[in-house]
Write a protein that binds this ligand. Structure first.
Ligand SMILES: [Zn+2]
Length: 93
């Protein structure tokens, strides 16, 4: 079974979850109860495609904008670094 990596959008807690491909993705942070997104190891281009199906239905415009920006050239590691510094690119203009 693949191991999926998740990151909390609220507290930026990173954790891994072993799941079957057919399992529902984790949606809630085990630490703070915030929304989590799934990171897919080794496939930057696939990242948001994989996340979209459960996020897009009720995300804000700012999130969509941010998602669009991140889909460009930012790698997973870059994202981690940004998140650990507490910066939210979408909030800045
Ligand atoms: Zn959290």
């Amino acid at each position: 079974m693949p191991t999926y990596e998740y990151e909390c959008e609220k507290c930026h807690h990173l954790f891994e979850q072993v799941q079957k491909i057919t399992d529902e993705p984790v949606k809630v942070c085990p630490i703070c109860g915030g929304k989590v997104k799934r990171l897919i190891s080794g496939g930057g281009g696939f990242l948001f495609k994989g996340n979209g199906f459960y996020i897009t239905d009720h995300r804000s415009e700012s999130y969509k904008k941010r998602k669009k920006e991140e889909t460009g050239s930012i790698t997973k590691d870059d994202k981690k670094a940004k998140n650990h510094s507490g910066k939210e690119p979408a909030e800045k203009k």
